[in-house]
Structures are given as C-alpha cells and as structure tokens.
Design a protein around this ligand. Structure first.
Ligand SMILES: Cc1ncc(COP(=O)(O)O)c(C=O)c1O
Length: 463
C-alpha cells in the first residue's frame, strides 16, 4: 500500500511511540489530505483503530482513499476548522490520541528523516535544500537534522504567494494568521503555521521563496517531461522555488535539492495545470486587443500578430459597440518578440492589454464572450463555493430573486472550494442588506470591482 506523500513519516514516528494502552484506545486526526492517509496506513501497520475526520466538502476520491486503508472516515463540518473541533471533542470523549498534522516534536522528527536521507545519499558539496512549507513540519524536521550535520547547507522554504503564512510569520517575528488562503496547492493551504515548527524555522531556516500558481504548473510539466511523474501542486512547489531562486541569484553549477513531496493529484485538475503551465514558463501570453468595428480590421490585426503562433482566439461581433474585443493567446519564445508585437499593435492604434499575470482574467474573464455591457448598479465578487451538492441553490436562495444576477462563471480549479465569479445588481440603498445576506451565507468572498481588467473587459463605461 502506498500513500504517495512523505506524510507517513511523521504520523508513523509519533504513533510507533505510543504505548500499547494508547494504541488500544485508538487514534484520531482531522485532515482532508495526505496526513489522513499517513495516519490511516500507520494505524493499519500498528494494528490500532483510527478515526479520520474530514469536512463534508471533501471530494469522494480523497475519503475513499483513506477508507481503503482501513480507517473510519467521519465527514463533519463545512471547513477544516469545524472538522478539527469535532475531532478534538471526540478525542476527549473516547480517550483517543490526537495525531496533529505538523506541530508536534515526533511529527517533525519523522518528517526530518527526509533530511537524513539527503545527507546520506549526497556527500559532495550541496548549496541548498528547497522544501515545500504548509504548517512547517517538513521544513522544521529537515532543518533540525541538516543544520546539525551540514550547517553550511542552506534550507530554503517555498510557499505559494497566496498561502504564505510562514513567510509572513518570519518577517513579523511572530505567527501570523492568514485571512484568506489560496487552495490550489491544497497540501500546503494552511492559515497559521505551528508554534514549534515556527520556533525551529526562526532559528534554522535561511529564507522563503514565494511562487505563483503558474510557476507551480510549469514545474509539474517539467517533472512530467523529464521523469514521466505527475506531482500534485504542493509536491512541485519546491521545484518551482528552486528554479526561481536560481534565476534570481544567477546560480549555475551548484548542487541543489528540491523535495517533491507528494503525488496525490486529482486527475480533473490536470486540465488547469496544462492550461497554465506554458504561461508559467512564459511560453504563452494571454492578451486582449480592441478592434474598431470597421471592415478589414480583423485582417489588419492578423497581419500585426504576424509570425506569432496564436494558440487561442475569441471574438464576437458587438452590435452596440464601436470596437470589438478580441481575446487570444500567443506562443512566445522570447520576451522581445512579445514586446515587438505589442508595439506593432500600439503603433497601429489597436489598444492591447497583456493579461498573462492577471488571475481574474485567466480564471474567468477569458471565457466570456459578448463584450462589455452597461449593467446598472452591478457589483462583481469572487465567491468561494464549498464543493458540495446544493451550494448553488443555497446561494441563489440567499440573494435571488431579491437582486438580479448579471454575470456568473464557474470553473473547477482548486479543491478547497469552487472559485465563482458573480455579478449582481444591487442598488446603493440595498448595500447593507446585501452584505449581511452574503456574510450569512458563510462563503468566502471578495470584491473584484477595482480589478482594472474587469473594468476594461466587461464593463461599459456608460454604466
Ligand atoms: C504534498 C505535501 N507537500 C508539503 C506539505 C507541507 O508539509 P508541512 O505541513 O509539514 O509543512 C504537505 C502537508 O500536508 C503535503 O501534503
């Protein structure tokens, strides 16, 4: 039986130290991810009973893979926090041992065996080890071991730029709780790092590199191309960090280790990964060009694109507008050729916008055709819908038909929730009521009204 991540190490190390009496009473943990599988497999090997509490929103593939290892899965609560509260309560009631995902010396020491293996297998010079960081158990364990036996080796953590709890905590000198955590690299989507892991990182870690979702996707693709392995996003994080670090410092000829920490990839997510990988490697740019609705302008546009390879193209005639919007992507080999093409467009007075680094555009707006509209009192929000049946109905019950929905786009992306873009017409006098109804829903949401790309692509200035 395999669990396809390092998380077995910490869980097993802690559980193997339990007394027979503790094993007889069983263990419990809350996790929707790799820790759950680690605890389940360890329990099976040690012959003890394991209860794993997961949020009800956990995709079936995940809880089934835990059940297959023989653990009892309990689906409880809408969020990880609710699942954890229930697990702690049940832990007390049944006198089970709680197995935390990262913040315990035995968990940290177990994850640290990765460091021991690296040092044993690599005796020559080693510049740095890159480690993905969630709650900090893996990096704390590796740093504790490596800094003792090879203090000259740098230990560099890597986090997604929208799940940067450790980077923020280290720079503030205290643990910082994130309000919003990006869920794409779900293995490391942690709101707050551990107390003990933070203490060790403060003392031993040399730095943290932050990487974008696109860069993670590019590293997943690199790994596939080189070894035919498919890593999950958190598993490819360190590779992306090592690459960004080398580029930044112009490093050449040094030995680096990047830890590929997990391969529990949800197959459906590969679609998004392949879409973003070329953007992350800067081999593809996502662009928008405004074309005057006059005869021949389409042809002129094609001439200006010239030798660039168009990989995606969307255009729809807009009977109300004087200019149409073309959304497209082009394959690129150098920054220079992209810049030259943008200059050709500008000098022909075809306003062109580079959307490549705008997530709102890549996740949602590139899928809209129909152009800009004049919609009175439109508010635009990104909602994170919990992935469970009935969510849409619950959302509509709260807000509609009280207010008109003017835009809606959903595209499956992460696993911790569905990222949905919603436009809704709310007159100014209803704003307070709208906010209170939206808050009561309990879904995370954020305004996109100030995103210049929304204003540029979807909003008619007359509205
Ligand atoms: C694949 C993967 N990588 C990295 C991590 C981060 O480990 P830690 O929480 O110990 O920092 C996790 C945690 O679950 C993981 O599943």
């Amino acid at each position: 039986m395999e669990v396809f991540s390092f998380k077995l190490r910490g869980a097993y190390n802690m559980m193997a130290k339990l007394s027979q009496e503790q094993l007889d009473r069983g263990v419990i943990c809350s996790s929707a991810g790799n820790h759950a599988q680690g605890v389940a497999l360890s329990a099976r090997r040690l012959g003890c009973d394991a209860v794993i509490v997961m949020p009800v929103t956990t995709p079936e593939i995940k809880w089934r893979s835990v059940e297959r290892l023989g653990a009892t899965v309990v689906l409880k609560g809408d969020s990880y926090d609710e699942a954890q509260s229930y697990a702690k309560l049940r832990c007390e009631q049944e006198s089970r041992t709680f197995i935390p995902p990262f913040d315990h010396p035995d968990i940290i020491a177990g994850q640290g065996t990765v460091g021991m293996e690296i040092v044993r297998q690599l005796q020559g010079p080693l510049h740095a080890i890159f480690v993905p960081v969630g709650g900090g158990g893996l990096i704390a364990g590796i740093a504790a071991y490596v800094k003792r036996v090879r203090p000259e080796v740098k230990i560099i953590g890597v986090e997604p730029s929208d799940a940067n709890a450790m980077a923020l905590s280290l720079s503030h000198g205290q643990r910082v709780m994130l309000e919003h955590v990006g869920g794409f690299a779900d293995g490391v989507a942690v709101k707050v790092v551990g107390e003990e892991t933070f203490r060790l990182c403060q003392e031993l870690v040399d730095g943290i590199v932050l990487v974008s979702r696109d860069a993670i996707c590019a590293s997943i693709k690199d790994m596939f191309e080189e070894n035919r392995n498919i890593l999950e996003p958190a598993g490819a994080l360190a590779l992306a960090g090592a690459e960004a670090y080398c580029k930044y410092y112009g490093l050449k000829g040094e030995t680096l280790v990047a830890i590929s920490s997990g391969a529990n990839m949800n197959f459906d997510r590969l679609r998004l990964v392949t879409e973003l990988a070329d953007v992350g490697r800067k081999r593809e740019a996502v662009l928008a060009t405004f074309l005057p609705e006059v005869q021949g302008s389409f042809k002129k546009f094609a001439e200006l694109v010239g030798p660039m390879n168009i990989t995606e193209f969307k255009y729809r005639y807009d009977s109300n507008g004087k200019e149409a919007l073309v959304l497209y992507s082009v394959g690129i080999y150098t920054d220079l050729e992209l810049r030259a093409m943008m200059e050709r467009m500008e000098s022909s007075k075809l306003k062109t916008v580079n959307l490549t680094s705008n997530d709102l555009a890549k996740d949602h707006l590139r899928y809209f055709i129909g152009g800009r509209s004049e919609v009175k009192d439109e508010l635009v929000y990104r909602f994170i819908f919990p992935e469970r049946p009935g969510t849409l109905m619950q959302f509509l019950d709260a807000l509609s038909p009280r207010w008109n929905i003017s835009l809606f786009h959903y595209r499956a992306q992460g696993e911790t929730g569905a990222n949905v873009l919603v436009g809704i017409q709310v007159p100014p006098e209803d704003l307070d009521e709208f906010r209170s109804r939206a808050d009561n829903l309990g879904y995370e949401y954020m305004s996109e009204m100030n995103n210049e790309i929304y204003n540029l692509l979807l909003r008619n200035p007359k509205a």
